[in-house]
Design a protein around this ligand. Structure first.
Ligand code: ATP
Ligand code: MG
Length: 411
């Protein structure tokens, strides 16, 4: 069946009181944008508490997949829409009567369940009609509508039986500004529409964790910009391409990611030359944070995001996190994975489509010069003292890193 309408539900957004129309605008804008890349002609409409897409000549699977990348959407229901009947001579328009609605309901049940073989006389499916009467002028109560339509379905087919408690098919009939008929509800990603909560700078490496962290923050409606620290010739072009590919997956949810590629080799070598080897990772991480913060300020980002989680590696003990946190002065550092186990992170990365890319075996700048026994309990005062060894050249190296940074517009 080619559904003319896709009903969009967006529970969390609907809760937002007076900000509601702002969120709805952001959601509609995102839906319209993703539909531009789908075959077919679409119109996105809004009435109280409902956004729906009128769709013609479209590819169902492609369109659903695109909508499943729009944060803020909780459910997508392929539906039949029956328009209000326009009257003349000053008589207000009215919803169709139950005979007309029943005709469409039978058509729906036949095409969706009987003709597809989902329900047969040998293996009938249980159902229940659930009418919602939002238009209070409708002449019948919702229970009367349920009863009339339920009976018509039972009369017309032997493939269905009624179960009011645990039906396999919950047939929704909504009497609103129009009539909507639907049963299946496909899951959306939830969250809040992109752009409704500002922008953050993600430290994006080629690993499993940071893309997941970026996805989780983006899901809260935050636009994502990213920075990748590249260390040629120790890290290859392939390693960089892998990061671009990961940014592309995030972009499929956010609409686009501005990726800063910062050449980190000279800074890394300088730290390696001047400072205790067991502190290399923590010192590198401090400089990454400083650079990321500067880029974030310039790009009007309101926070940094990393993929760290407590205890995962030496640089992610509580003491190490304190030492990296300390250098960020003007904004919070969000670590959405802080309390997740590796397996939980892997599960999300598989679901969102970054896992296969993340496990490709390219080197990471953090692992190249890493000490055999890195400090696990760095003391901030000691680390600060050792950073003094870098005084002579570090400012010039930072300046060069900013000046030679590359920006890739990932879509
Ligand atoms: P990931 O899987 O995200 O690489 P990880 O477990 O390998 O994480 P680390 O290498 O210690 O952990 O990095 C911790 C965090 O620091 C990463 O999640 C990421 O946010 C940031 N980070 C590390 N290396 C880089 C890099 N080369 N470029 C940008 N950010 C980085
Ligand atoms: Mg890493």
């Amino acid at each position: 069946m080619q559904f003319s309408t896709l009903l969009i539900s967006y529970a969390e957004v609907a809760l937002k009181g007076k900000n509601r129309s702002f969120f709805e605008d952001a959601l509609i804008a995102r839906i319209e944008t993703v539909l531009l890349n789908c075959t077919g002609s679409f119109r996105v409409l809004r009435y109280t508490g409902r956004i729906y897409v009128e769709a013609q000549d479209y590819d169902f699977d492609e369109t659903i997949e695109a909508l499943q990348h729009v944060f803020g959407i909780v459910g997508i229901a392929p539906a039949i829409l029956m328009k209000r009947i326009e009257k003349t001579d000053g008589v207000p328009s009215a919803l169709p009567d139950t005979d007309c609605i029943a005709e469409e309901v039978l058509h729906f049940m036949r095409e969706v369940y009987v003709e597809t073989g989902r329900a047969t006389a040998a293996h009938p499916m249980t159902f229940k009609v659930k009418c919602r009467r939002v238009d209070k002028k409708y002449p019948l109560t919702s229970m009367e509508v349920d009863a009339i339509l339920g009976e018509k379905i039972l009369d017309a087919f032997d493939a269905f039986t009624v179960d009011v408690h645990h039906p396999e098919i919950l047939l929704h009939v909504e009497l609103r500004e129009n009539v909507f008929i639907y049963s299946d509800i496909l899951k959306g990603p939830g969250g809040m529409p992109i752009g409704s909560n500002g922008k953050a700078m993600l430290l994006l490496s080629g690993g499993i964790d940071s893309p997941v962290a970026g996805y989780m923050v983006a899901k809260r409606g935050v636009h994502i910009e990213a920075v990748y620290f590249h260390a040629p010739p120790y890290t290859s072009e392939r390693a960089k391409e892998k990061v671009v590919d990961l940014a592309r997956v995030i972009a499929s949810y956010t609409g686009g990611v501005k990726l800063h590629v910062i050449n980190f080799t000279d800074i890394q070598m300088y730290i390696y030359e001047k400072c205790p080897k067991d502190e290399l990772t923590i010192l590198m991480r401090r400089y990454m944070m400083r650079i990321a913060e500067k880029l974030a300020i310039d790009s009007h980002c309101l926070a940094l995001v990393t993929g760290e989680s407590i205890g995962q590696v030496a640089s992610q003990t509580m003491q190490s996190l304190t030492a990296t946190d300390e250098v960020v002065e003007t904004m919070p550092v969000f670590r959405p994975l802080i309390a997740l186990d590796k397996q939980e992170i892997v599960t999300v990365s598989e679901k969102i489509g970054t896992y296969e890319t993340s496990i490709l075996p390219y080197e990471d700048c953090c692992t190249i010069f890493v000490a055999k026994h890195p400090v696990t309990k760095p003391r901030v005062d000691v680390i600060r003292k050792h950073e003094v060894f870098l005084e002579e050249k570090i400012d010039a190296l930072l300046e060069r890193a900013f000046a030679t940074g590359e920006i890739i517009d990932v879509r």
